[in-house]
Write a protein of this length. Structure first.
Lengths: 114, 112
């Protein structure tokens, strides 16, 4: 069965510093991987996705992620964060065996301090 | 197209009452998903439709929950005899086949 692990429940970082949010998944077949962002009392907004092809994926708001099949990871990175990046970030996986429904991790709260 | 819309955004109800939520997906999307999100957790899958057919239901979806998508367009999620444990954010998402899902703003349910 699929699962997604986001080990860090909260990541505090200073403004303009780089950040990495970690995501590991388990799946026995080819996967699609996603990062979503959620602001308070809002729905989820897609940041980026990996479906196939290049393992380095660029998304919106300067975020990027790298798919590492051998380590079953899909970590999210940003070289310089802004106060406005403060939000909850969710990693998700889908595959053929699950009818492509999304399985989410428990989320990582990114807290950007001035 | 304005994206996925959900109504209402907030609902407070007394325990034991029935509630119904509506989701309007992106018009050209054939798949529609319902998720539930409790505080501090990621969204959990409840059910999904391909056109008007409900293809999968999670074990989280008790008999008190029912979802419909009668014409393959909008969907409703009804909870009968609400319990305090039903308090959560209910999220709807839509997609074209197995491409990325777009989420609505959610309906926050509070059962008092």
């Amino acid at each position: 069965a699929q699962s997604v692990t986001q080990l860090d429940s909260q990541v505090p970082v200073f403004e303009e510093a780089p950040v990495e949010l970690r995501c590991n998944y388990s799946s026995s077949v080819s996967v699609y991987l996603f990062w979503y962002v959620q602001y308070p009392n809002q729905g989820l907004q897609l940041l980026l996705k990996y479906l196939s092809g290049s393992t380095l994926v660029k998304g919106i708001n300067g975020f990027e992620a790298e798919f590492n099949k051998s380590q079953t990871s899909f970590h999210l990175r940003k070289p310089s964060v802004h106060i406005s990046d403060t939000a909850e970030y969710f990693c998700a996986v889908s595959d053929r065996d699950s009818s492509y429904k999304l399985i989410f991790g428990s989320g990582t709260r990114l807290l950007v301090r001035p | 197209d304005t994206g996925v819309s959900q109504d209402p955004r907030h609902k407070i109800t007394k325990r034991g009452q029935n509630v119904t939520f509506r989701c309007d997906p992106i018009s050209e999307h054939n798949r529609l998903y319902w998720y539930r999100q409790t505080l501090g957790q990621g969204p959990e899958f409840l059910t999904y439709f391909q056109n008007e057919a409900q293809l999968e239901k999670s074990r989280l979806l008790s008999d008190r929950f029912s979802a419909e998508r009668p014409k393959g367009s909008f969907s409703t999620l009804e909870i009968q005899r609400t319990e305090q444990g039903d308090s959560a954010m209910y999220l709807c998402a839509s997609s074209w086949e197995n491409t990325e899902a777009f989420f609505g703003q959610g309906t926050r349910l509070t059962v008092v």
